[in-house]
Design a protein around this ligand. Structure first.
Ligand SMILES: Nc1ncnc2c1ncn2[C@@H]1O[C@H](COP(=O)(O)OP(=O)(O)OP(=O)(O)O)[C@@H](O)[C@H]1O
Ligand SMILES: [Mg+2]
Length: 165
């Protein structure tokens, strides 16, 4: 895994930077002001511990999360053939955990060894809190006009990826 490229981006009005550490895990460091995101992401990754479609949480240290490497951005070239079944598997895991992601979009979908991985749980909440305060742009154009709906966002994101977007 040591030949994997560094992932993530520089601080530029963003809330977090993820960096590949070179030995199979990524450190996602949130800005100091984002402790609620850290708490939401930590809780979600713990609750999704047995899901094949989310990275594992290794360690939390202040505003830094160490999580397992979840692959490369999903593209028309690497999208798994059975992606629809895998999406359903992810939605089932979310339902079992009682969570709604709220920020599903192509940039948060990765592929690792043929498995669709969903990352970025900073705005993920228990289903009963689905309408809890969230940034207006959350979910981007993949968000349903009727509110947060992970299935809608996932279907729209996959269609976008398959069409080469
Ligand atoms: N576990 C991971 N494995 C591989 N790459 C990752 C992982 N976590 C994050 N990344 C990479 O880092 C990028 C940013 O991570 P993430 O989506 O979790 O943060 P973000 O909340 O979108 O950041 P921001 O709020 O700054 O936009 C992802 O788009 C992906 O390229
Ligand atoms: Mg993201």
């Amino acid at each position: 895994m040591s030949d994997r490229p560094k992932v993530g981006k520089r601080w530029r009005g963003v809330t977090a930077i993820a960096t590949y550490r070179g030995d199979g895990y990524v450190t996602k460091k949130y800005r100091a002001s984002c402790d609620k995101c850290v708490a939401r992401e930590t809780k979600a990754l713990v609750l999704l511990g047995s899901s094949a479609h989310s990275p594992d949480l290794i360690r939390v240290d202040g505003n830094s999360l160490d999580i397992t490497y979840a692959g490369e951005r999903a593209t028309a070239a690497n999208i798994p053939k059975d992606v629809e079944e895998q999406c359903q598997g992810f939605l089932d895991d979310m339902a079992k955990a009682g969570l709604v992601h709220r920020d599903i979009m192509p940039g948060n979908l990765l592929v690792l060894d043929g498995v669709l991985m969903v990352i970025d749980y900073g705005w993920c909440v228990p289903v009963e809190d689905v309408n809890q305060k969230a940034p207006g742009g959350l979910g981007d154009r993949f968000r349903s006009k009727d509110g947060f709906d992970d299935k809608y966002s996932l279907d729209k994101s996959i269609a976008h990826i398959k069409s080469g977007g």
